[in-house]
Design a protein around this ligand. Sequence first.
Ligand code: NAD
Length: 432
Amino acid sequence: MTDRTAERVGEAGRPEWGEPIGFRDGGLVVPDHPLVGFIEGDGIGPEIWRAAKDVTDAAVAVAYGGRRAIAWWELAAGEKAYRQHGEYLPAWTADALRECRVGIKGPLTTPVGGGFRSVNVTLRQTLDLYACVRPVRWFRGLPSPLRDPEKVDMVIFRENTEDVYAGIEWAMGSPEARKLIDYLAGEFGVTVRADSGIGLKPISRAGSERIIRRALRFALENGRRSVTMMHKGNIQKHTEGAFRQWGYDLAEREFTERFVREAAADAATVVSAGAAADAAGTVPAVILKDRIADNMFQQVLLRPADYDVIVAPNLNGDYISDAVAALAGGLGVAAGVNLSDEVAVFEATHGSAPELAGSDVANPTSLILSAAMLLDHLGWGQAARLVSAGVEATVAKGVVTADLARQLGVPAVGTRAYSEAVVSSMHTSERD
Ligand code: NAD
């Protein structure tokens, strides 16, 4: 397929009434009918996407009464793209996301092994979506293994492009692995068993600083109480240990007086431009602290109230995101986004659950709450709040899909009935 054909395929689905989102002074310029890309996804993707789209469109209509609407542009990725265009990720999809600056995607299946590169990872690398952000907050009606789940309100910033996820590894016995093993022995006197697979774990200062800066800014702009850097620096000193040190250095250099170290925090209140000041013009300091990764897992279980914004290199971030999600309803309800400085791709945090596909049982909440984040990102806060309030009201009434119903011991509703209940609760709250 030539590039020109690929362009025409993409253009075919582009809604003519959509207006491109602009970018000025580091922020989005959002028209009333913004062009937003969407990827349905594989497995349960089409069903949960339909639910998320219906809820989002309804919220925008209720909030802005027809003045605003999203012009959704379907982009190709995953199995559907392969069927229609002969490739899992046509180049025009990444180009279109770059042009839209905002997109949303359902889950994409990654076959295990067979040299198939994950479409998710490829998209992140192509668009340099270096920050994975996942807010996790418990609300009434969600199952939780904790006694006091209302203490769970965390936002995880995971670095997306470095660490072991950089994908630099060679199989046991390959010429590359053998050559590296010989080189390490010859040059550095380091012995590695000959039958080892070899992987590299690069963590750069620039890569660490940009994700930590983003987490620190988020904490200030949203009046959060603390930022915790999660690392395994006691063992991996020059990668994860360096991540921690670069974080403290950055806070001192770029955010002077806005953050205090944990040790100094007990007595401190400092003047901060970020959070709301009290009558005397002072606000509580945002605390910057760090925790070793293994300890972090027990901390979020035992002292969830002590953790707020968490920032971590890739692999730690991967693990802790799922662990924290389990404290507040699990992956079926956890929202997320992958961000570069300019492009944002919102996504369901779970996989494509192929065994549930086509049976109207999947939980669409993760994608619905990701769509609420998308609305917030557009600056359409009123519509975003309608979506999250609609989900909360529906779940609080015990109207839930099978995954949650099983845990709560209540009857389940289907995907479509659930999204209809969310939409109708938005109309009800509007009348109240
Ligand atoms: P999965 O998240 O698809 O499923 C894990 C378990 O959770 C299964 O029991 C599934 O039935 C259940 N589940 C997941 N989402 C659900 C929902 N919305 N409602 C109800 N139940 C739900 O993980 P998996 O089985 O490890 O992966 C399946 C495929 O998805 C794989 O190809 C994997 O690579 C891919 N995957 C994609 C993404 C992504 O696109 N971001 C993320 C994770 C996994």
